[in-house]
Write a protein that binds this ligand. Structure first.
Ligand code: NDP
Ligand code: MG
Length: 405
């Protein structure tokens, strides 16, 4: 089952009504961009629930500025701080993982799912179950629980609109076309900050160097994933679940300017591409307003100023994570969930505990192998099974990490 980009369903309200939007992960990079857009279109949108994890100050500010009805902080220990910050505003507040799920269930037309990592699974699933349109930034839902999540969307009869720029681009390039005519989907990758570095240089890369993405401004975790190309690997898995293609029909090309976000090739030789300056507010705006369009204050594409665009094949020797992710997709079952869990631990260890940059790939690969031996790579029966595999893989990754640092 894959995404149908051509027909808005019952979750699309008539244009005269203000669309009610909840933002999960409001304090993050995607969340802040979402609120920036919503604040510029208050005639078309109203804010319902906002969530954060640790940043109480920003969450309270956002809730007040957007006149949200509910603010939820994931870290239960910060409830008192949030309550104090919102006293006298009339904005309800709550805390803890269960409250995040309740925020997702709050009556709304659209839920922006922008929590980072597997922590976003439960709330995003709840939004789907409740029949909300899901604007999906949290790619982990599709990586770790792809079929189950797509089935949950279908069972609720609601819509899934991708926010990831490449998938938003593919969604737009496919809309209205006969899906059986799709020959290939090519995701573009910037190549990250180490695109031109030698293997020896990459081996010695430090967190502050990996956090300097050449084109996109994003959260820390996805910025490291962009430097290792694991992000593109996760996006291959995401695309596989979103669009009606086989693994063999999915490709990656490095395009350092990040202007073309995805190309969809058809059986008649036609190639549809979506272009735009690299600013997440464009795909976020698309997901919020679809099937209409809303204004986004992004830099406009000037082809003459740009001059040229270049392309190259990804180098899987210097960037082994791409191949590791593709292998997990081919293996199927829970292998992608194990990959994601191990990678979250590895990236955190690179940022905080001195794990080497290339060791991220080694650790992830070792964890997938060890998890497979333990029978963890079995096909997941449902969300709870995915979460159990995720937890066990994290534990395994933490244990195996000790041999590295
Ligand atoms: P950030 O790290 O900037 O923000 C993450 C958000 O999730 C914050 O609101 C954070 O709260 C919250 N959060 C973190 N941990 C938890 C937790 N355990 N429980 C509940 N909430 C939590 O991430 P991004 O905005 O960069 O990315 C968000 C998602 O979107 C990711 O899945 C990413 O892959 C995807 N994405 C991001 C893109 C981008 O441009 N940034 C592009 C495409 C996809 P707090 O800050 O309060 O601690
Ligand atoms: Mg992307």
């Amino acid at each position: 089952m894959s995404l149908d980009a051509s027909t808005p369903s019952k979750a699309t309200p008539p244009p005269a009504q203000r669309r009610r939007v909840s933002v999960l992960g409001a304090t993050g990079s995607v969340g802040q961009s979402t609120l920036d857009l919503l604040s510029r279109s208050t005639d078309a949108f109203e804010v319902v629930a906002l969530t954060g994890h640790s940043n109480v100050t920003l969450l309270a500010e956002q809730a007040k500025a957007s006149c949200a009805k509910l603010a939820v902080i994931g870290d239960a220990a910060r409830y008192g701080e949030l309550k104090a910050a919102l006293t006298g505003t009339g904005i309800r507040c709550a805390a803890g993982p269960e409250a995040l799920v309740e925020a997702a269930a709050e009556p709304a037309d659209c839920v922006m799912a922008a929590i980072m990592g597997a922590a976003g699974l439960r709330p995003t699933f709840e939004a789907a179950r409740q029949g909300r349109r899901v604007a999906l930034a949290n790619k982990e839902c599709l990586v770790s629980a792809g079929d189950i999540f797509i089935n949950a969307i279908a069972a609720a009869g609601t819509e899934l609109v991708p926010v990831d720029s490449e998938h938003s681009a593919a969604f737009q390039a496919i809309a209205g076309s006969d899906p059986s005519g799709i020959e290939r989907i090519t995701l573009t990758a910037s190549g990250g900050p180490f695109r031109t570095w030698s293997l020896e240089q990459i081996e010695a890369a430090r967190p502050e160097q990996a956090l300097k993405h050449p084109n996109w401004s994003m959260g820390r975790k996805i910025t490291i994933d962009s430097a290792t190309l694991m992000n593109k690997g996760l996006e291959l898995i995401e695309a596989f679940h979103l669009f009606p293609v086989s693994i063999a029909q999915l490709d990656v090309v490095v395009h350092p300017q990040s202007i073309i976000h995805c190309l969809v090739s058809y059986t008649d030789g036609s190639v549809m591409a979506q272009l735009g300056c690299p600013d997440m507010r464009t795909p976020i705006a698309f997901s919020l307003a679809w099937p209409r369009r809303m204004a986004a204050p992004t830099e406009r594409l000037d082809l003459v100023k740009l001059g040229s665009m270049t392309f190259e094949a990804p180098d899987e020797v210097r960037f082994p994570c791409l191949g590791i992710a593709r292998a997990a997709l081919i293996k199927g079952g829970s292998a992608p969930a194990i990959l994601n869990a191990a990678n979250e631990i590895a990236v955190d260890a690179f940022l905080e505990k001195g794990l080497g940059f290339l060791q991220i790939a080694h650790l992830v690969s070792d964890v997938i192998e060890a998890a497979d031996v333990r029978g963890l790579a079995r096909p997941p029966a449902g969300l709870e099974d995915v979460l159990a595999v995720d937890a066990e893989s994290r534990q395994l990754a933490r244990t195996m990490l000790r041999a590295y640092v």
